[in-house]
Design a protein around this ligand. Structure first.
Ligand SMILES: O=c1ccn([C@@H]2O[C@H](COP(=O)(O)O)[C@@H](O)[C@H]2O)c(=O)[nH]1
Length: 234
């Protein structure tokens, strides 16, 4: 294992986007102590990932449950409280005021960090217009970051290209977590608003989320180490 300190390791969240638990467990085993923080999203949650979340927490890892909740307030509040009870570190909800306020109530008194998803990193202005939004990406992210602060949740998910603006809105204590991160030269895939790990941190992100740059790498350990080294120097 390299000499990257624990604080830097916690800045990188690896997305376990796998169709089954055994594939996810194999990567966790391979990465060992290098990675301290894992994200479990929709695909793996449906395939038994919630039990894996409990196992990871039991093994001392931090878990980000990326469920992007959006429902009536009572449902969101209770689902958030259930995540808090299970020792999850981060939970996402869509950044709608009613949803964020409900999640804030559900997390109250617990260390769970609720983050509002502002505008997905796979969206650009044209995608928002097609979906019927009047505002473009920047204005929508700005609005939602302000609403997240007002709702009293921990912070937001945004693209690294939005991070500087969001940091200014949330202040030093707000949490800014950025997917859409690609090491230089890496395949962008379906992401549209991307930056490198170092650029994300320099723009004000607390943590970055990386999936395919690690999971699809020929050598995931080397890929994760390279990203950590870049974060350590950022
Ligand atoms: O706006 C968002 C919100 C969540 N995600 C999630 O992050 C990872 C990114 O994976 P990559 O393979 O590094 O693209 C993935 O699990 C998404 O569901 C996001 O990309 N953008």
């Amino acid at each position: 294992m390299s000499l990257v300190d624990a604080k830097v390791r916690d800045r990188m969240i690896v997305a376990l986007d796998y169709p089954n638990v055994s594939a996810a467990e194999a990567l966790v085993w391979q990465l060992g102590d290098i990675v301290t923080f894992y994200k479990i999203g929709l695909e793996l949650s449906i395939a038994g990932g919630l039990d894996l979340a409990a196992d990871l927490i039991g093994a001392g890892k931090k878990v980000f449950l990326d469920l992007k909740l959006h429902d009536i307030g009572n449902t969101v509040e209770r689902a958030t409280a259930a995540a808090a009870e299970r020792g999850v570190h981060i939970l996402t909800v869509h950044a709608y005021p009613q949803t964020m306020a409900a999640a804030a109530r559900g997390a109250k008194g617990s260390p769970l960090e609720v983050l509002g998803v502002t505008v997905l990193t796979s969206y650009d202005d044209t995608d928002l217009a097609t979906a019927g939004y009047r505002m473009g990406v920047t204005d929508t992210v700005r609005l939602r970051a302000g609403q997240a602060r007002e709702a009293g949740i921990a912070g937001v998910i945004c693209a690294p290209t939005d991070a500087a603006m969001v940091r200014a809105i949330l202040g030093p204590d707000g949490r800014v977590v950025t997917p859409g991160v690609r090491p230089k030269g890496a395949d962008v895939g379906d992401q549209k608003r991307v930056a490198t790990p170092a650029q994300a941190i320099a723009a004000g992100a607390d943590r970055i989320v990386v999936g395919r740059p690690v999971t699809a790498a020929a050598d995931p350990v080397a890929a994760a180490e390279a990203i950590l080294a870049e974060l350590a120097g950022a």
